[in-house]
Design a protein around this ligand. Sequence first.
Ligand code: BEZ
Ligand code: FE
Length: 297
Amino acid sequence: MTVPTPDARPHPLFTEEGSAEVVVDAFADTPDPRLRRVLTSLVEHLHAFTKDVGLTQVELDAAIDFLTRTGHACTDVRQEFQLLSDVLGLSMLVDALDHRSGTASATESTVLGPFHMVDSPPRALGDSIALAPGGEPTMVTGEVVGPEGEPLAGAVVDIWQADEKGFYDVQRPDDVPERNLRGLFTCDAHGRFHFRTILPAPYPIPDDGPVGQLLSATNRHPYRPAHIHVIAGAEGYRPLTTHVFVEGSPYLDSDAVFGVKESLVLPFDESRDADLAAEHGMPVPFRHAHLHIVLGR
Ligand code: BEZ
Ligand code: FE
């Protein structure tokens, strides 16, 4: 006697013409409505795509091999699938969809990236986050406000960046102190913050794995324009994950991960203001950037 399995949902036999419908039907009993919707659309688009390009068995095998190698390239400190999502523009698209209903005046968001892998150390306003020699002295000042311009006292600003050679601390642990070029700042009573650093350089995203092979096979470079990462938050306001890009940097118009937005490109002008330099403990000349961060609700 055969025992019927409880989930034996019969479905029509597979045909080329009706392929998507047959598979969608097989998922029709998915209890979670959101999962059912996502799987239905995924199958419909995947089958339409496969027919559109006339995918061959050799190509499917190559794609499976690529995804297998992408998985094998992942470690505790490297997420190759995240990189794949980034270079396909998927990360930026999901970020845009997530912010469709946000406060219009809020500072624009962009990708988080994979280098926020360690906690930033709390630092006092005015501290330097540059713990190793080298680089162009840079002062960053700014304020965090709400949608009506109200200063957000006690807002927290988390900063991380690459150095003058384009490396994050975690990429050269033997050469620089831990947590170099990272800092967690708490804004003053007027929502203001300031810190000392160096000018970041453009750098390539990790390109020695399958994603790098994809970029080189398609004549795409792996570089990102010079930037400083920022996560800003204040109680009762929507947290913001963004960057400030250095005006004039190479690759602003060809960022490998599509993260650039015009409103996020800021001047890091050279200043020879001796009074300002003395006030902040900067050498003359120094670069200065000012960040006006607006959080939404
Ligand atoms: C970054 O800016 O740290 C980054 C973003 C996406 C991919 C790789 C790096
Ligand atoms: Fe970065």
